[in-house]
Design a binder for this molecule. Structure first.
Ligand SMILES: NC(=O)c1ccc[n+]([C@@H]2O[C@H](COP(=O)([O-])OP(=O)(O)OC[C@H]3O[C@@H](n4cnc5c(N)ncnc54)[C@H](O)[C@@H]3O)[C@@H](O)[C@H]2O)c1
Ligand SMILES: O=C(O)[C@H](O)COP(=O)(O)O
Length: 600
């Protein structure tokens, strides 16, 4: 596709898989409108993907870093030998009806020195093969460990030593700002006269005009190029048409086996990314091993909910600039990877106050972009490191609070939580200990501790059919100040909240929307039935575990229309539904489910 066509169609896609020929520019991410979740590069080089744009848009970039390594190395050797023996030129001359045996006398490889520039996966495989041809191998790579080179009989040397002593130079470094045009007039002048250059890395690492000058001056005897600064190169490109240059159209990875390999590797990475798993070949996100992700999953939800809770307590106008996240754990710091947790706190802080989609990929960038500095502290607890974490605490400094009791002694908004039986709980607000599940939404009330208050609030919510899933009271001392934390599945009406605020003992209160996903399924079904004036005589929800499969049983006095039933089936989060036993009181599902065991 052309760039224009890609930019038009990308908004229909959740994932994009490319090779080096597609320019995945910032415009692609902007045209995607936030739908593009992952870009898969079916190969190694990701210089054709605007990584910063991908990160800013929360789009994961994954590549297939290993499957085409051998193919590229074999192509490098093919170019090395074909160049040394003038295979391409001789082939063309015979096909042109000539028989020029004297013109195409070549050079031997045995005993010659090959400098491998970039001793990574491909460079290493080229070195192995070139040793088999009897060549002496040196390598230059500022980041490669010397022992890996020694293990295959290669000597790591400085850049200048490599280019000054080599008879052949083979390029295998990525195109980065520091490698761009690294072979230029200045460096060609340092080379052994008659040196031969192979490039199966990226065209951009060579100053192509300088290479033409070096060829014409005889500094460089020959060059064999698979990659070019502009691909495909213009037809009248001087370098490509130079008689001492052998060229191929970026074929390094083009073998049947390599393409099957990168295809499988990238398909698995993209499917994993779309499932929300973190990819082992992520290029622009910290890689969190699957086992860490599984262990931290309940804490991930806790971290996001605490972030959402804290930011909703901030009174309007006081910007969130300084946030501190504290982890209390019996694990040693090195045994607890908190990057994911920090990202989820960031998600919780930013998403309720913006339209930005935050994930592990762009969390740090998004926080920085909004001027939010997130610091982390670890408290090492005694005890068993069985649980990864005991407590997560989120503090927002230098802000006003909509709920004064959330301000701690240090003057910050402070909320604290832990995971109990796999369920995230709020355990502290400001200086008040509470204990409330964070599965639904939350109402916080501060009141003078006295009997009957819980009943008053409960009945106001009951009148509105708001399901209370948890309620707890934290107090500083009996009959003194207390904070009541109430977990509710639905958002109470403004009137109900006003009534709660008017209870004399209630000194302040706040409603906090914490629902992370599947908002309002109960409301969605209820409103479809309401539209048909179908009376709901009971509704109960059973869940095997928080955020897992949910079964909702709804008793109705009238039989809804087929249209209404179809609408219910079309609610995205409804996976199946049935109307049963119409001869009895019509019930959408003819079984009640036992609500999951709860303390309350
Ligand atoms: N022609 C093709 O079809 C083809 C196929 C595969 C890879 N490639 C290209 O080859 C490059 C290397 O692939 P790889 O899989 O070996 O990558 P790699 O990351 O395994 O190896 C790259 C090596 O370059 C080194 N390096 C980085 N900067 C350097 C510098 N300034 N000087 C010297 N070395 C430097 C790194 O330390 C690393 O060891 C890729 O970036 C890709 O662009 C091309
Ligand atoms: O970086 C790579 O993997 C190679 O350059 C292969 O690129 P391709 O997928 O366009 O062949």
């Amino acid at each position: 596709m052309s760039d224009e066509e890609l930019n038009t169609k990308i908004s229909l896609c959740d994932a994009l898989i490319v090779r080096s020929g597609t320019n995945v520019s910032r415009e692609v991410f902007e045209s995607s409108g936030g739908r593009l979740k992952v870009v898969g590069r079916a190969g190694v080089g990701i210089d054709n993907v605007d990584l910063s744009a991908a990160t800013e848009h929360g789009c994961l970039v994954v590549n297939a870093p290993t499957a085409n390594t051998v193919a590229a190395a074999e192509h490098g050797i093919a170019l090395l030998t074909a160049m040394a023996r003038n295979v391409a030129q001789a082939d063309a001359s015979i096909k042109a009806g000539k028989w020029l045996r004297n013109k195409y006398v070549g050079v031997s490889l045995v005993g010659k020195t090959l400098a491998v520039m970039g001793f990574g996966k491909v460079g290493t495989e080229v070195a192995r093969r070139a040793k088999g041809l009897g060549m002496h191998i040196i390598a230059h790579d500022p980041y490669a460990p010397a022992d890996r080179a020694h293990a295959i009989g290669v000597e790591l040397v400085s850049f200048d030593e490599a280019i000054a002593t080599a008879d052949f130079i083979s390029l295998h470094m990525p195109l980065t700002p520091s490698t761009s045009k690294i072979l230029n007039d200045e460096n060609f002048a340092k080379m052994k006269k008659g040196v031969r250059i192979i490039n199966v890395a990226r065209g951009g690492v060579i100053d192509e005009d300088a290479l033409v000058r070096a060829l014409d001056a005889g500094i460089v005897a020959q060059a064999a190029l698979d990659v070019f600064t502009i691909e495909p190169p213009p037809k009248d490109n001087i370098l490509v048409n130079h008689e001492n240059v052998t060229v191929t159209p970026h074929l390094g990875a083009s073998t049947m086996e390599a393409q099957e390999g990168v295809a499988i590797e990238i398909a698995e990475a993209v499917v994993g990314a779309l499932k929300g798993e973190l990819a082992a070949t992520a290029v622009n996100a910290p890689m969190v091993p699957a086992e860490v992700l599984i262990e931290l999953k309940p804490y991930v939800t806790l971290a996001e909910k605490l972030g959402r809770l804290a930011v909703q307590l901030v009174a309007g106008g006081s910007g969130v600039k300084k946030v501190k996240v504290t982890y209390a754990s019996a694990r040693a710091p090195d045994d607890l990877d908190t990057r994911l947790l920090r990202a989820m706190v960031t998600k919780g802080l930013i998403e309720p106050i913006s339209s930005v989609f935050v994930n592990l990929v762009n969390a740090d960038f998004t926080a920085k972009q909004r001027g939010i500095r997130i610091s982390e502290e670890r408290i090492i607890l005694d005890g068993s490191p069985e649980k990864p974490l005991e407590i997560i605490q989120v503090q927002i400094a230098n802000v006003e609070s909509r709920f004064a009791s959330a301000i701690s002694e240090s003057g910050d908004i402070k909320v604290e939580g832990k995971v109990k039986d796999g369920v995230p709980h709020l355990t502290k607000v400001g200086s008040f200990e509470v204990d409330v599940s964070l599965e639904g939404n939350l109402i916080l009330c501060r009141q003078l501790d006295q009997p009957g208050l819980i009943g008053s609030v409960g009945s106001i919510l009951g009148e509105e059919n708001v399901n209370v899933n948890f309620m707890s009271v934290g107090r500083t001392a009996p009959r003194k100040q207390a904070v009541m934390a109430i977990g509710v599945d639905e958002k109470p009406s403004t009137e109900a909240l006003k009534k709660i605020g008017e209870i004399p003992a209630v000194e302040e209160f706040v409603f906090l929307a914490l629902q992370l996903d599947q908002p309002g399924l109960i409301g969605s079904v209820g409103s479809i039935l309401d539209e048909e004036n179908v009376n709901v005589n009971f509704m109960s929800v059973g869940r095997t575990a928080p955020r897992k499969q949910t079964v909702m049983a709804i008793g109705v006095d009238e039989k809804p229309s087929t249209e209404a039933m179809k609408k219910i089936g079309e609610i995205p989060t409804v996976e199946e539904f049935a109307m049963k036993s119409p001869e009895l009181a019509p019930v959408i599902m003819n079984f009640t489910v036992k609500p999951a065991e709860r303390k309350i």
